[in-house]
Design a protein around this ligand. Structure first.
Ligand code: ATP
Ligand code: MG
Ligand code: MG
Length: 390
């Protein structure tokens, strides 16, 4: 399909699902990640993948040397070296731009960026790693407040809820390996929403439907598409997502996951942006004309994305995605997959990762023309593995 070679920094499940599309479209793709058998590398037998860290300058250089287009499936990469490489090899397309990846990497700088661009976020403050500094913030923000790592966060692993002054030492202990911290005012949201936004190289912007994400212990658990909110809020969330991604000037091309909080009075706040395919967009594989992974590939490779590509496909108006998250008992989570196999309209995706407690090892999409029906199916799939559907 395309004679240009795509290099991807990161070889986890998002890379795997991007690679699935690249395989289908005959796009030669190389993965950079440590290990020869990562989730993404498993599904492409190329001898040209690179075994190295996506933080290691030399490994990144090697990938860039043999690629025409570079993208990421994780934001925690060495952005500085990409900035340097871009200068010495201007013909190399790096999407999204390393400058924007760097901005997003530091969640506090990301927040400040949104504030400067008149985009509402939860009140945030940079803090010292000291009890005194945190108690001062507790006095200002009230309790609970959220203590967050500024960098390297994922699945809430860099978050600690400080419920009272007495929790402050626990928070510092929990985040002791994280260098920079910041504090966020508690956000009393009624729902969490997310919108995937695609930027193309010719400057057009496409948005997927607004979805609701349900988190359990800070990890995305279930996605309802579309979100069960008024159409006014659905549109407002899409507009806010476009504005937030639009504020990332010179981001280049690619897909962005925009996470938001919906407050009781209908106000929307941005939580954060992921500069890559996102867990809240997995439902698009079965529910939309073009999946988030294909849209990302098309955007970074300069392939066309027609109007309507990011809409629900014919006969699909509603979808639910359930993450398959590792149980304490190894492989216990696979019971849900077996039930999904028995369910019409449900599809199972496993990532080739070993079962570990709280690890995302796959997801299940349920699609149809009625959310009520989909919810019954979800109930069936989850019964036996969980006592309560959120
Ligand atoms: P991701 O896996 O999405 O990258 P992350 O580790 O970067 O997650 P956040 O998105 O900052 O973490 O937070 C994870 C979850 O914690 C949110 O989806 C939300 O449920 C909750 N949360 C985060 N910030 C706040 C806040 N200020 N008030 C209340 N809840 C919050
Ligand atoms: Mg994050
Ligand atoms: Mg998040």
């Amino acid at each position: 399909m395309d004679d240009k070679v795509l290099g991807i920094l990161g070889g986890g499940q998002l890379g795997r699902m991007v690679l699935e599309v690249a395989n289908r479209l005959n796009i030669k793709t190389y993965i950079l990640d440590s290990g020869i058998n990562t989730s993404a590398k498993q599904i492409s037998n190329s001898t040209e993948h690179i075994d190295g860290s996506f933080k290691d300058a030399e490994s990144i250089k090697k990938l860039c040397e043999k690629s025409d287009v570079i993208t990421i499936e994780i934001e925690h990469i060495n952005a500085d070296i990409l900035i340097d490489i871009q200068k010495s090899k201007p013909s190399l397309k790096i999407f999204p731009s390393p400058k924007i990846i760097k901005l997003i990497q530091d969640k506090y700088i990301q927040k400040i960026h949104f504030i400067h661009n008149d985009i509402n976020v939860a009140e945030s403050a940079s803090v010292e790693k000291s009890e005194e500094s945190l108690i001062k913030i507790g006095g200002k923000f009230g309790y609970p407040f959220m203590l967050k790592s500024r960098t390297l966060a994922y699945d809430g692993r860099g978050n600690f809820v400080v419920n009272s002054k007495e929790d402050v030492p626990k928070g510092l202990e929990f985040l002791k390996n994280n260098n920079l911290l910041y504090a966020e005012k508690w956000c009393p949201f009624i729902k969490e929403l997310a919108v995937m936004v695609v930027l193309t190289q010719d400057g057009s912007v496409h948005t997927y439907p607004t979805v609701e994400t349900i988190h359990k212990n800070n990890i995305c658990h279930i996605v309802y598409a579309p979100a069960e909110v008024s159409s006014k809020i659905q549109v407002a969330a899409q507009e806010l997502a476009k504005k937030a991604v639009g504020s990332l000037k010179e981001a280049g091309a690619g897909i962005f996951g925009v996470e938001m909080f919906l407050l009781e009075d209908g106000e929307l706040l941005i939580n954060e942006i992921a500069p890559r395919p996102h867990n809240s967009g997995h439902y698009t594989i079965d529910a939309c004309v073009c999946s988030q992974f294909e849209a990302h590939i098309r955007a970074v490779m300069g392939l066309p994305i027609p109007e309507g590509a990011t809409s629900f496909s014919t006969n699909t108006t509603n979808a639910i995605m359930l993450n398959v998250i590792g149980f304490k008992e190894p492989n216990g989570e696979l019971k849900a997959c077996h039930r999904a196999f028995e369910t019409a309209g449900a599809s199972v995706y496993l990532y080739g990762k070993s079962s570990r407690h709280e690890r995302k090892v796959g997801h299940i999409n349920i699609v149809g023309s009625s959310m009520e029906e989909n919810k019954k199916k979800l109930d069936y799939i989850m019964s036996g593995v969980s006592s309560k559907v959120p």
